[in-house]
Design a protein around this ligand. Sequence first.
Ligand code: HEC
Length: 104
Amino acid sequence: MKKLLLLPVLALLITSCGPKEIEPGMTTEAKYKHLCSSCHESGHGGAPITFRADEWAPKIAKGMDVMLKNVKEGIGRMPAGGRCVNCTDEDYVDMIKYMSRPNL
Ligand code: HEC
């Protein structure tokens, strides 16, 4: 019984913590869902919650350059780049705008 439980737990750990890639042709929303939603949908670990203007206002006030740098390098409990191995600056800026809309 114990072994049966272990497998899905391991699978979950691998999918949530491993490096991630985006595919050509993915929309910004698809990239966000693939890379960022697991934390930002719920506010896990203190992550600013997607689409909530009050959560994003202090971040937006820092400016896109600062946010981009923090996303790429990691900040607090946010992993560097959301663990994306092939995202460009443009991908990150698009995702940040998507998450923090309608303010940007
Ligand atoms: C493992 C959870 C997790 C994932 C995955 C994640 N984030 Fe975060 N993110 C956080 C947390 C936690 C914070 C708050 C960090 C702090 O200020 O201490 C944060 C903060 C941010 C901020 C604000 C940075 C700042 O300057 O204050 C931005 C922008 C952001 N995330 C974008 C993204 C994007 C884009 C992705 C996907 C590519 C992503 N996050 C994936 C947890 C995550």
